[in-house]
Design a protein around this ligand. Structure first.
Ligand SMILES: [Zn+2]
Length: 129
């Protein structure tokens, strides 16, 4: 069974390849994020990795008016994103003004350095067709 560190490693290797990886259970079909060693829905250890579509919607958000450090230029937006696959992840919403963000807004993933650090998945406003 893979350890938690290995799971993080697989996720971040995906990020380096421009993929947003989430787990899918081979037994019940459920997706999950963050990565775990067992399926949170049915307890199965038969988990595989898939590359998520990267499309989702803002579930909730918070506008941070004072950055946690000089590298985080305020204001910025931290959001809970629900992906098409049904999983929710905490991320940054970028290239969106705080006045424009709304719950339910369609977003898509991008990969950017966050806070002057490593490349992380962030989300941009998606064009809705
Ligand atoms: Zn399952």
């Amino acid at each position: 069974m893979a350890g938690v560190d290995q799971l993080d490693q697989i996720f971040f290797e995906g990020v380096a390849d421009g993929q947003l990886r989430v787990q899918q259970c081979s037994d019940c079909g459920a997706h999950q994020f963050y990565p775990r060693v067992v399926c949170k829905h049915c307890g199965s250890e038969q988990l595989k990795w898939i590359s998520a579509s990267g499309r989702g919607r803002v579930a909730s958000f918070s506008v941070v008016r004072r950055g946690v450090s000089a590298e985080f230029e305020a204001p910025y937006i931290v959001a809970l994103i629900t992906l098409e696959e049904g999983v929710t992840m905490m991320s940054h919403l970028v290239d969106v003004e705080p006045e424009q963000v709304a719950s339910g807004m369609a977003v898509r993933v991008a990969f950017r350095p966050v806070g002057g650090a490593d490349i992380r998945p962030v989300f941009l406003r998606a064009e809705v067709s």
